[in-house]
Ligand binder design. Structure first.
Ligand SMILES: Nc1ncnc2c1ncn2[C@@H]1O[C@H](COP(=O)(O)OP(=O)(O)OP(=O)(O)O)[C@@H](O)[C@H]1O
Length: 303
């Protein structure tokens, strides 16, 4: 079942089309990762489907409720606010109690403390928000998005500015929410994180969804060929790879030479034995050769 259904959605600021004819379905119970470069339109998309800003054209439904009736769906959507919208003079726990009442959240104080613990703020309940670090402010925004027990949780950059341990906490929290049957829509610049946690990923570029699928489908869908890293002494440079390619009469593409290894692309795994044989027979010493996993970053760069 679709929790979000977007049809031909367009958003303009002045004459600039920031979202261009977007079609997208987000299914119940999935974690959907939305990625794109700065200014691609991710926040605008969130603002549009949550009614913070008006669409220019097209339509959308949230939990089957059409955008003209969006107010009826709002209680079931938890949107992570921007840190600048926090009430800095309030203590963390009091802030969540206050926002919780507005959201119709029935949680008791101990339950709200549990929520704070889940987002990694167990020691900050009685501290004023203005004393929080940026990462802590992000965490309380995530907690705020969960008030009122929403079915759809929208997290815009939840892990930016957050330390690695807290990033893992947030990942665990997202997985827990999914296990509870919630739908989580999240944006992030951390592609590794998106890869780990998302059931499906959409790549937004210049206001259009350029790629959509499971992380695996997206990684399998990029240019054919196998990327390998080769650790040699001395390091193989571009001209070495060109010579190798000519000698083998195969397209071997030099990608980059790092500090202690070289990345190259060969047409298929079948070429690996000969590549290693040629390197061993050359003037360099071969220490390691391995196939590199495709990453979402590769997909993103190819979008
Ligand atoms: N209120 C506004 N008025 C005019 N232009 C806007 C407004 N809000 C956003 N934009 C423009 O729309 C484009 C998309 O911005 P948006 O914030 O949606 O991108 P984003 O993908 O969320 O970027 P980031 O990753 O940097 O947060 C940008 O060019 C931005 O300058």
């Amino acid at each position: 079942m679709s929790i979000v259904e977007v049809n031909h959605l367009t958003k303009k600021y002045g004459t600039t089309e920031v979202l261009k004819d977007i079609n997208l379905e987000i299914y119940q119970g999935e974690v959907f990762g939305f990625v794109g470069h700065n200014g691609a339109g991710k926040s605008t998309f969130i603002h549009t489907i949550t009614g913070i800003t008006n669409k220019s054209a097209g339509s959308f439904k949230i939990m089957g409720i059409s955008d003209s009736q969006l107010n009826h769906a709002k209680k079931r959507i938890g949107v992570m606010p921007d840190v600048s919208n926090l009430y800095e003079n309030m203590k963390g726990l009091n802030f969540l109690r206050y926002m919780g009442k507005l959201a119709g959240d029935k949680r008791s104080k101990p339950e709200l403390k549990t929520l704070m613990k889940e987002v990694g703020l167990e020691d900050a309940a009685q501290k004023k928000i203005k004393s929080y670090s940026f990462g802590m402010k992000k965490k309380i925004c995530i907690a705020q998005a969960l008030l009122g027990n929403p079915d759809l949780i929208i997290l815009d950059e939840p892990t930016s500015g957050i330390d690695p341990e807290s990033t893992i906490n947030i990942r665990d929290l997202v997985i827990k929410l999914k296990e509870e049957g919630k739908t989580v829509f999240l944006t992030s610049h951390n592609l590794d994180e998106i890869d780990k946690v998302s059931d499906r990923v959409g790549i937004l570029s210049d206001g259009e969804i350029k790629k959509l699928g499971t992380p695996r489908q997206l990684k399998e869908g990029i240019a054919a060929g196998v990327t390998i890293s080769v650790r040699t002494k001395p390091i193989l440079q571009k001209n070495d790879i060109q010579k190798l390619s000519e000698k083998m009469n195969t397209d071997i593409i030099f990608m980059e030479a790092k500090k202690d290894y070289t990345l190259l692309q060969v047409p298929s795994e079948e070429d690996l034995p000969e590549v290693s044989k040629e390197i061993i027979q050359s003037d360099v010493h071969l220490y390691e050769m391995k196939v590199e996993e495709r990453s979402l970053e590769d997909v993103f760069m190819n979008a």
